[in-house]
Write a protein of this length. Structure first.
Length: 67
């Protein structure tokens, strides 16, 4: 939490453009965390390896692109 506050304080000192970059970075970090969590859940539910989870995701993306 302290890291987030430090980023916010630094962004305020650097101006609005820097603030936008900080919030964008936090959003990207959140999405990465969500993806990692989803992969862990898939591994546990299906009893698969990380490589198999990646293949499952690739297959799903292909299916969605084909629609």
């Amino acid at each position: 939490m302290a890291g987030v506050l430090e980023r916010l304080l630094r962004s305020v000192q650097m101006g609005p453009k820097a603030e936008q970059r900080v919030f964008l970075r936090c959003r990207v970090d959140l999405k990465a965390l969500e993806l990692q969590t989803a992969k862990e859940i898939l591994r546990e539910v299906f009893g698969t390896t990380p490589a198999e989870v990646e293949e499952m995701i690739r297959q799903r993306v292909k299916e969605r692109e084909g629609l």
